[in-house]
Design a protein around this ligand. Structure first.
Ligand SMILES: *[C@@H]1O[C@H](CO)[C@@H](O)[C@H](O)[C@H]1NC(C)=O
Ligand SMILES: *[C@@H]1O[C@H](CO)[C@@H](O)[C@H](O)[C@H]1NC(C)=O
Ligand SMILES: *[C@@H]1O[C@H](CO)[C@@H](O)[C@H](O)[C@H]1NC(C)=O
Ligand SMILES: *[C@@H]1O[C@H](CO)[C@@H](O)[C@H](O)[C@H]1NC(C)=O
Length: 266
């Protein structure tokens, strides 16, 4: 319990330092943000990795004038934000620039924004957005517990479609005998995945397009996590904890230009 609290504080202080790092200084289609290459909201700059599936920049949600730093699908016509940096600290004017210190940072092809410990070792991330999910689980993201650091990743709903602030519903791993994922409404468990059967979570109904991805469950000395991977990286599929308290898989249908929902809970 104590350890958990300490880790929460550690996580918080890391986030705060990242916030200071990024102190609203951000340019054009590049995959690295540096001091000399910031992303400027006024210029409509976005950060795009080499495989151009995602973009990082400033956005306003539907019916809101607040500005947020977020990651969205670059090739999906309907604005679909998968991660928000300043969820509960909206920018209320648009004169924002996002930049970082001289070590730079990078948006990976997977949609993971990573910060480096230094210029030398770009394999070691001092921070990564995949460890701090908003309401969305993306392919290749580890979801669950990092046993070494104690980080237990939590996915939380938006407050509403116009407000990406931390909402009432969350999903996280808990140990109830065996590790299980629970969906919470506040502190109340409203749904669980059921134990891992070796192939899938017994409580998760078969979802459409199962042949599109696989799910791997790992429980070793380092992690208790699930990761799903797409067989075809040009197909966009995500899992979202919604404001109405469901956990859905959504897969982009380019022909219809809409997200196909397969309900995972409730
Ligand atoms: C935005 O506001 C309009 C007018 O009130 C409403 O019809 C629409 O549903 C809202 N959009 C969202 C995404 O909330
Ligand atoms: C925008 O907001 C920031 C932070 O609230 C403030 O420091 C800055 O002066 C504001 N800029 C303008 C042009 O209002
Ligand atoms: C899952 O799919 C990915 C992408 O096709 C593949 O690289 C990986 O080996 C697969 N994992 C398993 C356990 O089948
Ligand atoms: C991947 O999906 C796209 C459609 O999104 C399709 O055109 C392409 O042929 C697929 N690639 C493979 C290797 O199946």
């Amino acid at each position: 319990m104590v350890r958990k609290t300490q880790n929460m504080y550690q996580e918080k202080s890391i986030l705060v330092s990242v916030l200071i790092f990024l102190i609203f200084r951000f340019r054009t289609c590049i995959d690295t943000i540096t001091l000399t290459r910031p992303v400027n909201d006024n210029d409509g700059d976005i950060l795009v990795p080499s495989v151009e599936n995602f973009a990082l920049g400033f956005f306003s949600p539907a019916n809101s004038t607040n500005r947020y730093v977020g990651i969205w699908y670059n090739k999906v016509s309907e604005q679909t934000v998968v991660w928000v940096f300043n969820r509960d600290q909206p920018i209320t004017n648009s004169s924002c620039i996002l930049s970082v210190d001289e070590t730079g940072n990078l948006l990976l092809d997977s949609g993971n924004l990573v910060l480096f410990q230094g210029l030398v070792n770009k394999e070691v991330y001092s921070w990564q957005s995949f460890n701090h999910p908003s309401n969305t689980l993306l392919p290749d993201m580890k979801f669950g517990l990092d046993k070494k650091t104690g980080l237990n990743r939590v996915v939380t709903s938006w407050k509403s479609t116009g407000n990406p602030g931390v909402g009432d519903y969350s999903c996280k791993l808990e140990f109830v005998g065996s590790p299980q994922f629970f969906l919470f409404h506040g502190m109340t468990k409203v749904w669980r995945t059921g134990p891992w059967t070796g192939l899938r979570w017994s409580g998760i109904p078969e979802m459409d397009g199962k042949d599109l991805y696989n799910v791997t469950y790992t429980n070793n000395n380092d992690d208790v996590v699930i990761v799903y991977q797409m067989h075809n990286s040009t197909i966009f599929s995500r899992i979202v904890v919604t404001e109405s308290g469901t956990m859905d898989r959504l897969t982009w249908q380019e022909a219809d230009r809409k997200w196909l929902r397969s309900v995972g809970s409730k």
